[in-house]
Design a protein around this ligand. Structure first.
Ligand code: AKG
Length: 346
């Protein structure tokens, strides 16, 4: 295990830096600079003044512009009781991987559900369809943003595989996960807060298989039900909640010491007009602060990643099963002078 902890340290010392901050570029890089300094190093950065020419930056702050442009568009809205779509939630005494109730509805109705801040409401709506929804469901807004990010497309040698729209409120949260894409994430209004961990920190995420479950929402009763998928299906998912509730805090800290006691995650806030380069395979957790109209809007561009030697190394690392060992007898047999939270690699 010491070798794996040394790896976390070394990638920070040699490449990512030890401050826990994500580098900010004042202006978009050239394709060469982007490729050489960030993509090749699998290193995130934030690019300021990246989208100032997009009409979206001014027009999407106006609800009536959006509802008129999309008056006849149906969009996919994700509904959950607490704002955590695709996340671990308790069911019958254990945790399951719960997917949101997804409903297609006219955009004006969807926007009013997203920005509905009634404190007694038990429903959190998040427009977060991830199937290249921007050019399809939101095609009326296509002229408000660039169809791709030119310096990124040139550096990566391709156009994006998918462009997605994200419209959420202060409760919308995305739990820790990773994607097999190079991600250019542009915030249009409101702010997004990311926690990031490099792929080399995979063992700190405690990825486990969870039974998959599905929320259903009844508009008549205003209640959600959550049921396990039939036939059973298991989803490998990160176990760590980096912002546990006060009641859950001690349990999280003691169950996931490698996350909570290890190097701090990279933390950044992405503002309107900025793009986060989120490299492929990085673990990310996302929260948001809405604008004065109660919503955060972002558009992201997923580019295919290179399945190269870094990918092969990562798969190898992930295949080494490290267990956080709590049983003193087992610890002693594996690593004589370890503390009570020692590790075994098998
Ligand atoms: O904005 C979010 O809530 C999540 C974004 C995300 O996970 C992604 O772009 O891969």
């Amino acid at each position: 295990m010491e070798e794996i902890e040394a790896l976390w340290k070394e990638v920070r010392e040699l490449s990512l830096g030890e401050s826990g901050r994500v580098e900010r570029l004042e202006f978009p890089p050239t394709p060469l600079q982007f490729l050489r300094d960030y993509v090749n190093h699998n290193k995130p950065c934030i690019i300021s003044n990246a989208t100032l020419h997009w009409p979206a930056l001014s027009s999407w702050t106006d609800d009536s512009y959006l509802t008129e442009a999309l008056s006849s568009a149906d969009i996919s809205l994700h509904l959950t009781p607490h704002g955590q779509a695709d996340a671990l939630v308790p069911l019958d005494g254990s945790l399951c991987f719960a997917s949101a109730h997804v409903q297609r509805m006219p955009f004006p109705k969807a926007l009013s559900l997203i920005t509905n801040n009634e404190s007694q409401s038990k429903l959190v709506a998040y427009a977060q369809q991830q199937n290249n929804c921007f050019p399809s469901e939101y095609s009326a807004l296509a002229g408000d943003c660039d169809p791709h990010i030119p310096w990124a497309s040139e550096a990566l040698g391709c156009l994006p595989d998918a462009v997605n729209m994200w419209i959420g409120n202060h409760l919308s949260t995305t739990s820790f996960h990773k994607d097999h894409y190079e991600n250019l994430y542009a915030v249009v209004t409101g702010q997004k807060h990311f926690l990031l961990l490099p792929p080399t920190d995979v063992h700190r995420m405690y990825i486990r298989d969870y039974p998959s479950a599905q929320y259903s929402y009844s508009h008549d009763t205003g209640e959600f039900t959550l049921e396990l998928e039939k036939p059973d299906r298991y989803v490998p998912w990160c176990s760590v909640d980096p912002y546990p509730s006060p009641e859950d805090r001690d349990k999280q800290l003691s169950s996931f010491p490698l996350y909570f006691d290890g190097p701090k995650p990279f933390h950044c806030t992405v503002n309107p007009g900025e793009i986060l380069y989120l490299p492929s395979m990085w673990f990310h957790h996302v929260r948001q602060t809405p604008d004065s109209r109660g919503r955060t809007i972002a558009v992201n561009y997923w580019y295919d990643m290179q399945y190269d030697i870094k990918y092969a190394y990562f798969n190898f690392l992930q295949s080494i099963h490290c267990l956080s060992v709590k049983t003193p007898t087992l610890v002693e047999t594996v690593h004589e002078d370890s503390g009570s939270d020692a590790w075994a690699c098998i």
